[in-house]
Design a protein around this ligand. Structure first.
Ligand code: UD1
Ligand code: CA
Length: 479
């Protein structure tokens, strides 16, 4: 099936997709629902929805149950619908729960996909639809050397008989084990398959309602049922095979993530990004790194980040939902989240830009500087050991080492404004709300609690006292 270059385009109103995402994912040993486990910073479910949206548009229903609110939250901004499966009684039960609303919405052709298959692409889905469209019920299969815990496809003379779950498989009844397994994608003609749903039972090794039993029921009812073989491999290392497989354990998640990372880094290299040590560079599926940018691994670039042509990201950086403009260097060990860094800036090493940090052109944030919800104007500098939170800092301001904006009074956050050209001496505490006017000078070690006018000099610290007679200090007398 993989050779087919089916175009990816909307399938039309009578096509719908349902994502089974209500399960817990016991084999993950995690508190998080499996569909929210992340690969390259994006939840598993996000990948599934990304591959469905180009084909099914708004006709996507997600079956949620375990940690339903969290799962729903992870889909914020998407147009999918939700159906709640109170008790997770199996994949067949999940489909039963969703059926009524799917049928009511006028959908006649349904794609069902397990929510734990993040590597399946829109291209894969489009090709499957093209192959399986004529059948009443079709499912996607791959051939492995060892079928492991997957549902096993049983055929006689090439014709599908059933899908038998690994726990229920008995060679005496089902014949010799082959490597062909059920990938967890199904296509259904709703009118034909609908009547079969009541036939599902939980009379099996897991005590669950299996969606896979629809295959045998469909054949019994005389339906046209087809297993579409997507890929064949000797081992699960083959990417065409791996792509189709669900993620059930940390091992499987990490393996899938590694392959995804490798292909993203390679893609960047091929388009003209200078990716040094590509094996250790991780670029999320929605991050954009422009040709002419330079990245050194290990580093992670996730979310909706944009690294523009001519920007440099050194090793050990994590960049999430942030923009780094041309001519800017992000030095090693810096962490950026929801930050915007303009052109020609310098960040780090060891800088932390938190949400709302905005660095305008040619500004600089040096080592051990944390910036949150603060703008540094053009050419402004905070080179060492500083916290700038809730602040508006003008052009060419110089912030001395150890400066702190005291933005929080225990209840509320307040703004610090430092106007252009000001110089803030080292170890200054700016107790917000406070404004330092343009071209003012604040002496080192000051605690600034009141506004400083333009061009003024503010000194807010005890005057140094120097006493003579160090040798006759009381302490010394007793010793
Ligand atoms: C399933 C298939 C198996 C196939 C494999 C492919 C069944 C019975 N077996 O097994 O043939 O080889 O996928 O990866 O379907 N879910 C619900 N509600 C539930 C139970 C599960 O929404 O009550 C969701 C889960 O969140 C998950 C998906 O369905 O995203 C698949 O469930 P999972 O338990 O992972 O099925 P497998 O055992 O992997
Ligand atoms: Ca699974």
């Amino acid at each position: 099936m993989k050779d087919l270059q089916t175009p990816i385009r909307p399938l039309g109103e009578h096509w719908g997709a349902v994502v089974l995402a209500a399960g817990k994912g016991t084999r993950m040993y995690s508190q998080r629902p499996k569909v929210l486990m992340e690969l390259l910073g994006e939840p598993v479910l996000g990948y599934v929805l990304d591959s469905l949206e180009p084909l099914f548009g708004e006709n996507i229903t997600v079956v949620i149950g375990h940690e339903a609110d969290l799962v729903r939250g992870a889909c914020a901004g998407r147009s999918c619908r939700f159906v709640h499966q109170e008790q997770q009684l199996g994949t067949g039960h999940a489909l039963q729960v969703a059926w009524e609303s799917l049928a009511a919405s006028g959908i006649r052709k349904l794609l069902v996909i397990n929510g734990d298959t993040p590597l399946v692409t829109a291209q894969d889905v489009a090709a499957f639809v093209e192959y399986g469209e004529e059948a009443d019920l079709a499912f996607l299969t791959v051939s492995l050397r060892d079928p492991g815990a997957f549902g096993r496809v049983v055929r006689s003379n090439g014709k599908v008989n059933a899908i038998i779950e690994a726990k229920d498989f008995d060679p005496e009844t089902h014949g010799p084990t082959t490597g062909e397994i059920n990938a967890g994608l199904y296509l259904m003609d709703m009118t034909r398959v609908g009547p079969l749903l009541d036939k599902l039972t939980d009379d099996n090794a897991s005590g669950e309602y299996y969606i896979t039993d629809l295959v045998a029921h469909g054949l019994d009812a005389g339906l046209r049922v087809e297993g579409v073989l997507a890929a064949v491999a000797g081992t699960a290392e083959d990417y065409d095979v791996l792509r189709m497989l669900g993620i059930n354990s940390p091992v499987e998640l990490v393996r899938a993530e590694a392959r995804l990372a490798e292909s993203r880094a390679q893609e960047a290299l091929n388009t003209g990004v200078l990716v040094r040590w590509p094996e250790s560079v991780r670029i999320g599926p929605h991050a954009v790194v422009e040709p002419g940018a330079e990245i050194t691994g290990p580093c992670e670039i996730y979310g909706r980040s944009v690294i523009r042509s001519g920007a440099r990201v050194e090793s050990h950086c994590v960049i999430i939902d942030s923009t780094v403009d041309a001519g800017t260097s992000v030095h090693s060990f810096s962490h950026l989240q929801s930050a915007s860094v303009g052109p020609g800036c310098s960040v780090g090493p060891y800088a932390r830009l938190r949400p709302g940090a905005v660095l305008e052109e040619h500004s600089k944030v040096g080592n051990f500087v944390e910036v949150k919800k603060a703008t540094l104007g053009p050419g402004a500098k905070a080179s060492h050991l500083t916290y700038l939170g809730d602040a508006a800092i003008g052009a060419k301001v110089n912030i001395g080492a150890g400066t702190i904006t005291c933005n929080y009074d225990g209840k509320n956050k307040h703004l610090t404004t430092i106007e252009e050209g000001s110089f803030i001496g080292s170890n200054t505490a700016l107790v917000a709300p406070v404004t330092v006017g343009a071209h003012a000078l604040v002496a080192a070690g000051s605690v600034i609690t009141r506004d400083v006018p333009e061009n003024a000099l503010a000194v807010a610290r005890c005057r140094q006292t120097v006493l003579p007679g160090r040798g006759t200090m009381p302490d010394d007398e007793t010793s």
